[in-house]
Design a protein around this ligand. Structure first.
Ligand code: KIV
Ligand code: ZN
Length: 525
């Protein structure tokens, strides 16, 4: 890349097609397989997100893959549905069988072209590769107007041979030429040059869109895809949360937000509704059970969390000091100023105000000193902890509004779980039974909500062993949200259900002791 190639501010933006392969390459992540209902849910979420093409699977791979591609093709509207096939009639016919119900189907055929794959995997000569690629593309084009061809391991394929195969594939009817960096070996400069090579050397290249498909083995998938776009690619292949074979694929949310945030530089846009990025990421994480790392760009829990005092102070004065994207643009409601040991007085005072407390200078000083001691002990200080500190300062102790008297649990194989719970509020006792929920813990949540009247959202639930041995004490930590404010509660018991009830009550008592200004009220019945 040279600066001479850089588009100027007056260059009109190009629209880059987003080809999502979460359901095909993403599903190849070890442990990420999804069932049919989950794949359909993801496919519909991808349409809402605004992707242009959904690669729904590899129909020949298994009857389950075939069925899910067919179901997605028959039910999804608003995006092209694509199925993968090797360059042979059986694969291509099976792919077409699955795809033919889609209003906009695409067959994606691939064949390895690098010398290492030709020699060791396929044991084919260059002429044989060209013939096989042409036959595959012809067959696919005889069934479907929209055909993508991928020379697998293109990033390690000799330049002349790559140009030869690509030209032959376009002549045979390919409308998209995808350039995979199958093993994540390329550098951004190489990827850029490879796309430029095709644009400059393949005579019929104007008849196809060039695409990039980059793997993340060296952590360069997004950078390489961006370089391909700079080189002239009109489509990028990516996955939600960057899941995929080995280290994964180019992450959809990262490339989309890079193009959007730096449109001034790349002069490119996409059709993605970026506010759907976080919800889609959470859905894919849920159905694949692949957790998103906390510091993952765009969709990680810490992506918009500022802890350092200097950063928080800057953010409170002017958010652009430390934020290059607005959290609401990716589907988060607000920036999270996580209070921790690096936070300063300004952030604490601001949070106290948001929680409904107007502290005098003296009160703030005392609360701040206690906050620093607490923050030294714990990684994150939650709103509920701050409320507790302020309450302690203003009126002595956090009011223990609700206390556990007793509980009974019914649970077991084939049984509907239920919890009968008695709580005390002041001198009065209240008993309720909850028979809903997925298990005894869930039933305990329902029972506490029923008695206290606080309908809360459980944002986090963690159990850890606080001591050693079979009779270990279990520590349950819950993070619940009420009126948009997160409160933490901790409960300790050798019985996990009891520890859960105690943790819930701990959090609810914090809510109950908040001032009226937040709209939260104590609810004795
Ligand atoms: O990584 C790769 O080469 C692929 C092809 C099938 C496009 O996933
Ligand atoms: Zn791949």
């Amino acid at each position: 890349m040279s600066s001479a190639d850089q588009p100027s501010a007056s260059t009109p933006s190009r629209t880059i097609k987003i080809f999502d392969t979460t359901l095909r390459d993403g599903e190849q992540s070890p442990g990420a397989s999804m069932n049919l209902a989950e794949k359909l849910e993801v496919a519909h979420a991808l349409v809402d997100l605004g992707v242009d093409i959904i690669e729904a699977g590899f129909p020949i791979a298994s009857p389950g893959d075939f069925e899910s591609v067919r179901e997605i093709a028959n039910s999804v509207r608003g995006a092209t549905v694509c199925g993968l096939a090797r360059c042979n009639d059986g694969d291509i016919e099976r792919a077409w069988e699955a795809l033919k119900g889609a209003p906009s189907p695409r067959i994606h055929v691939f064949l390895a072209t690098s010398s290492i794959h030709r020699q060791f995997k396929l044991k084919m000569t260059t002429d044989e590769i060209v013939q096989r690629a042409v036959a595959g593309v012809r067959k696919a084009s005889s069934l479907c107007d929209d055909v993508e061809f991928s020379p697998e391991d293109a990033a390690r394929t000799e330049h002349d041979f790559l140009c030869r195969v690509v030209e032959a594939a376009i002549d045979a009817g390919a409308t998209t030429i995808n350039i995979p960096d199958t093993v994540g070996y390329a550098t951004p400069q190489e990827m850029y040059e490879r796309i430029q090579l095709l644009l400059n050397r393949v005579p019929n290249i104007d008849k196809a869109i060039i695409s990039a498909h980059c793997h993340d083995d060296l952590g360069l998938a997004v950078a390489n895809s961006l370089a391909a776009v700079q080189g002239g690619a009109g489509q990028v292949e990516c996955t939600i949360n960057g899941i995929g074979e080995r280290a994964g694929n180019c992450s959809l949310e990262e490339i989309v937000m890079a193009l959007k945030t730096r449109e001034d530089y790349y002069r490119c846009t996409t059709r993605i509704n970026t506010q759907r990025l976080v919800p889609t990421s959470r859905l894919v994480s849920k159905v694949t059970s692949l957790e998103v790392q906390r510091n993952k760009a765009i969709v990680g829990r810490n992506a918009f969390a500022h802890e350092s005092g200097i950063h928080q102070d800057g953010m409170l004065k002017e958010r652009s000091t430390y934020e290059i994207m607005r959290p609401e643009d990716v589907g988060l409601t607000k920036t999270d100023l996580v209070l921790g040991k690096h936070s300063g007085r300004a952030a604490l005072s601001d949070r106290a105000r948001a929680l409904g407390y107007q502290l005098t200078g003296e009160q703030l000083q005392t609360v701040f000193e206690k906050f620093k001691i607490l923050a030294d002990k714990k990684k994150e200080v939650y709103d509920g902890d701050i409320v507790a500190l302020i309450q302690e300062q203003i009126s002595g102790q956090v009011q223990q509004a609700w206390a556990l008297v007793s509980f009974d649990v019914v649970a077991g194989s084939g049984k509907q779980p239920s919890v009968r719970l008695t709580l005390k509020h002041g001198e009065k006792e209240y008993t309720e039974e909850a028979t809903q929920g997925d298990g005894p813990i869930d039933a305990a949540f329902w029972a506490v909500e029923k008695i206290t009247g606080y309908k809360v959202l459980c944002k986090d639930f963690r159990v850890r062993s606080a001591t050693l041995g079979r009779d270990a004490l279990g520590e349950v930590t819950v993070e619940i949200e009420y009126n948009g404010i997160a409160h933490r509660g901790v409960g300790l018991s050798t019985d996990t259900v009891e520890a859960t009830i105690l943790a819930m009550l701990n959090a609810i008592n914090r809510i109950a002791s908040m001032p009226e200004t937040t709209g939260v009220r104590l609810k004795p019945q």
